[in-house]
Design a protein around this ligand. Structure first.
Ligand code: MN
Length: 400
């Protein structure tokens, strides 16, 4: 088993088998690209001499493509495992606790999917009681919508409670005010490295030629605003106020051992959505609400894979760009303890969850903090992790 000369505690999300990329500043260094190893961040521009890392985003490096990504990864493993490099490399390590982590990439376009059958069924039962839980198209195509890339924010950025129009089913007219049904969606997002050409669909087999890595996503959702506005064109202001992403992008290469077969899909999807390679992922997600673990969504049950989502979002000729982010949709497994939103966990607020301090919650209150983390099987039988995406709710219109 490979080990780094950098100390890595058991259970760390960042053993040498992971090597996720992020952007950090501090300890006298401006925003630049680093790699997480144990409790440290390696300053990549300093350690490799490559100026592509002396930038405040990963985009230029991501645009170079899989051959370049593979070479850098191989070099980093050498530098961090071979004692011969220790003297030259050690001085470029900075304690993670001493740096600030930023949005790791400049977000180009943002798309959010809806790939969990359990989540889609739960939401269907809650929002359209008495009807079929799944819409007729659900098993034929990965449903998605275009979100707002400019409000994708780094983990730790406070989330101000949105105001807007909402109308309860029994109310005669809409009213305006702060959302009273503020929720989360625990998701996993793909970051695109290599662009595609306009007019040229990306087949499922080309996923790894374009996708750079994965991040955790919290798709904050104001359910009352959403419920009133979403018909017939889909989510708008109920989601566009903030979307948080984790600071470390886990490269595809680190997740090779987490890959599992694409779920069985009945009916068989159309030709362009069929997969030769498997892109199911065995990720274990955990959601903490003010420090209490309230759910453990299992990503392995997701119906549509990221390779299918990329194929679908380009099948009409739409292109993707470096920095595009597309998220999985809320990750909800088959049992209640595995659901990825509070809408589901509290069944639309009717069955509150109890937190460790004895308080009960239906939706988010001001001051609440939500932390989403995830781990996955890595090389050599070790577990690797995504770190976390965290956010705290501030009252409406308070200064950030
Ligand atoms: Mn979502």
């Amino acid at each position: 088993m490979r080990r780094s000369w950098v100390p890595v505690e058991d259970g760390s999300h960042f053993p040498v088998q992971n090597l996720p990329y992020g952007v950090f500043s501090g300890a006298g260094r401006g925003p630049r690209v680093g790699v997480a190893i144990g409790e440290q961040v390696l300053d990549l521009a300093a350690a490799t001499g490559d100026e592509v890392f002396d930038r405040p985003s990963l985009n230029s490096f991501m645009a170079r493509g899989p051959v370049a990504w593979g070479k850098v990864r191989q070099r980093l493993v050498e530098l961090l495992t071979d004692e011969a490099h220790r003297d030259e490399v050690e001085r470029h390590l900075v304690p993670r606790a001493a740096v600030e982590l930023h949005l790791p990439f400049e977000v180009a376009d943002y798309v959010d999917f809806y790939a969990s059958e359990q989540h889609a069924s739960n939401v269907g039962r809650i929002l359209r009681p008495g009807g079929e839980p799944l819409t007729p198209n659900w098993k034929h195509l990965p449903i998605g919508y275009h979100g707002r890339s400019g409000t994708v924010v780094a983990s730790g950025t406070p989330v101000v409670r949105p105001e807007g129009q909402r109308k309860g089913a029994s109310e005669p007219a809409p009213s305006f005010g702060p959302s009273v049904r503020l929720d989360i969606e625990a998701e996993v997002g793909v970051v695109v490295g290599v662009p595609s050409a306009l007019g040229r669909p990306v087949p499922t087999s080309a996923f790894a030629e374009h996708a750079f890595g994965f991040v955790l996503v919290n798709d904050w959702s104001a359910r009352d605003i959403q419920a009133w506005e979403y018909a017939p064109l889909g989510p708008f202001l109920g989601k566009s106020f903030a979307t948080s992403v984790s600071p470390w992008v886990v490269p595809l290469a680190a997740l090779e051992h987490a890959r599992i077969p694409t779920p069985r899909q009945v009916p068989e999807p159309l030709e362009y959505l069929r997969c030769v390679e498997d892109w199911g992922l065995d990720l274990a997600i955990e959601i903490e609400w003010n420090g209490t673990v309230v759910s453990r969504p299992a990503f392995r049950e997701m119906y549509w894979t990221a390779a299918q989502q990329l194929a679908h979002m380009t099948v009409n000729g739409a292109s993707v760009r470096t920095g595009d982010l597309f998220a999985s949709g809320t990750v909800s497994g088959s049992t209640r303890g595995e659901w990825g939103s509070f809408l589901e966990l509290t069944w639309n607020g009717s069955e509150p969850v109890r937190l460790a301090d004895g308080s009960e919650r239906a939706f988010l209150e001001d001051g609440d903090t939500v932390r989403i983390s995830a781990t996955a099987p890595g090389e050599d039988g070790v577990r690797i992790g995504f770190g976390e995406v965290v956010g705290t709710i501030l009252p409406t219109r308070s200064a950030m």
